[in-house]
Design a protein around this ligand. Sequence first.
Ligand SMILES: NC(=O)c1ccc[n+]([C@@H]2O[C@H](COP(=O)([O-])OP(=O)(O)OC[C@H]3O[C@@H](n4cnc5c(N)ncnc54)[C@H](OP(=O)(O)O)[C@@H]3O)[C@@H](O)[C@H]2O)c1
Length: 302
Amino acid sequence: MKRILICGSNGLLGQRLSSILSGQTQYEVLNTSIERSFVFDDRMFDYTQLDITNRSDVKSLVSSFQPDVILNAAAATNVDWCESNHEAAWKINVTAVENLVEAARKVHAQLIHVSTDYIFDGKSGPYDETASPNPIGYYGKTKLASENAVRTADISYAIVRTLVLYGCGIGVKSNFALWLIQSLREGKHIRVVEDQVGNPTYVGDLAAAIIRIFELSRQGIYHVAGSENISRYDFALRAAQVFNLDASLIERVKTSDLNQTAARPMQSGFILNKAEKELDIRFHNATEGLLMLKQELEEHKN
Ligand SMILES: NC(=O)c1ccc[n+]([C@@H]2O[C@H](COP(=O)([O-])OP(=O)(O)OC[C@H]3O[C@@H](n4cnc5c(N)ncnc54)[C@H](OP(=O)(O)O)[C@@H]3O)[C@@H](O)[C@H]2O)c1
């Protein structure tokens, strides 16, 4: 039986990985996150509190559980917060990953680490896995440093880069799609940028690709995302259409009209050929992803 350690299992991606894997008899799953309790504490899933910035706790938990695979879904993901909190962001996004690398090496576990399009400058997307990173903000710098820590460590690893992740979960932070839907449902006028382009990614697609990576024993870097490269504004229109909401509330603006703390990669997005071919997976487009989100939100309501 494969032993899987999930770090950050209370987050958007972590919850999805946990709910897919924890029920499967071929896996022994240990869920961990920084909080004392688990969002799925009503289920019979194994959970232990683990702050991955704590080197000795990581070491002892990994050496006692002896995982075959470590899935790192934990991170500081608020890019504006990272821009103003360098030290704390580095600790969570880099030092903690070094802790996981060290622990993985000791027990010969594969480390699957999640990264981002923010490692690119957004001048010439969509990017494939061979494109040269050039982060323009601190979040991207930390994530690139974490990639380098994983890549150069002489361990079995995969780095899965994704972008504009959306989905729902218990107590998850709002994401772009949830913010759009909630604002439009409340009849709020919203300003959405037309000059930031990327591939919005439904969390179920990301979780499925990560699972495929360790099931097929794949290694290396993979770009995993929704199949459509569209602007934030066009995605907002699509959300209004799928959720039957008033698109006239959406104002088209430029990034320079907003006062965002951290710089954003503007012309971003991923080329998905490698992941589609090597993982034998088809990623959903924006409409399909939003329809899945709609169904999940309806199920959560009941
Ligand atoms: N969201 C996106 O649009 C996006 C885009 C590209 C890449 N990614 C990457 O995808 C991965 C998953 O992102 P996500 O959206 O699922 O993030 P998320 O919802 O913010 O989840 C991250 C989880 O990690 C936890 N965490 C933070 N510090 C920790 C620590 N020291 N030890 C253990 N757990 C800790 C967080 O707890 P708290 O909430 O209490 O801090 C949170 O539950 C990350 O690597 C992120 O960089 C995300």
